[in-house]
Write a protein that binds this ligand. Sequence first.
Ligand code: F6R
Length: 259
Amino acid sequence: MEIIILPTADDVARTAADAIEEQVRRGPSVLGLATGSTPLGTYQELIGRHRTGGLSFAQAQAFLLDEYVGLPAAYPQSYHSVIRDEFTISVDFAPDAVHGLDGMAEDPEAEAARYEGLIAAAGGVDIQILGIGTDGHVGFNEPMSSLGSRTRIKTLTRQTRQDNARFFDSADDVPDHVLTQGLGTIREARHLLLLAMGEAKAEAIAAAVEGPVAAICPASALQLHPHVSVLVDEAAASRLAHREYYTDTFGRKPAWQGL
Ligand code: F6R
């Protein structure tokens, strides 16, 4: 894992956008997209580079991490709608190049299998954006998710429903169930970008990065991946024991290495 501590949330967004831009400019790419508040700055940055810097997503495909069960795609809080409104509608993905899970599928297991097949048929994900929950979830793999899990239905914790209540009228309106890529699925992406900003994420980041690999902190499973960039602002890094080492290492990193 490479832990990169940046002064502000804007720096996190710019650095994540740099990595995605580099991938997209390399040729046809498969992007893994997260929803929630964390990647919004990155999406804004990419939209800006599309509008003024000629960055094109026409050769790219994208896969969403997760979706609420029981919300039709057209519902504003569905991740299908959120990713369209916050990002994909403002750039130039080809029609049908952005894939999501169907939260209304009658057979969630079949839907999960279909989605895994679609990712495999696309050649796997090149670069995956991830946020982290205050309980250490990535995707919607809540604590005690199998570290080898595949796409499937999960039940959200009360904490996550409370955390996500801001997108709904109340916590009671947040669906109980979600379809999410599993930790095993996520770990097959070739490059993982884990982003976190703000003090509220500091404990989860410390557990994920410096704690043991354990299902109680699902994000700790990323320690098993060969190419993870953890981009955090000072506040999210505030509980890391080895902050100085990470900063020193990044400061002396040869520019040619990239992320
Ligand atoms: C969203 C997702 C979640 C969020 C996490 C953090 O697709 O998979 O893991 O990344 O809940 O949410 P925010 O960014 O809203 O703090």
